[in-house]
Ligand binder design. Structure first.
Ligand SMILES: [Zn+2]
Length: 51
């Protein structure tokens, strides 16, 4: 079971910094802070999948 992209989707994967709009990838859960600017204001890029 080695599909990083699929796993990333399951866990949300990408978080967008609301301060600088940088993309922060996270294996699971919310990153502590933005990698670029250090802001803690992050929002998940991946929304709920349609079914
Ligand atoms: Zn940032």
């Amino acid at each position: 079971m080695g599909f990083p992209e699929a796993e990333a989707r399951l866990f949300g994967g990408v978080w967008i910094c609301m301060n600088c709009n940088a993309r922060n990838r996270s294996v699971k859960g919310k990153p502590e802070k933005c990698r670029r600017c250090g802001s803690k204001r992050l929002r998940p890029k991946a929304k709920e999948p349609r079914k």
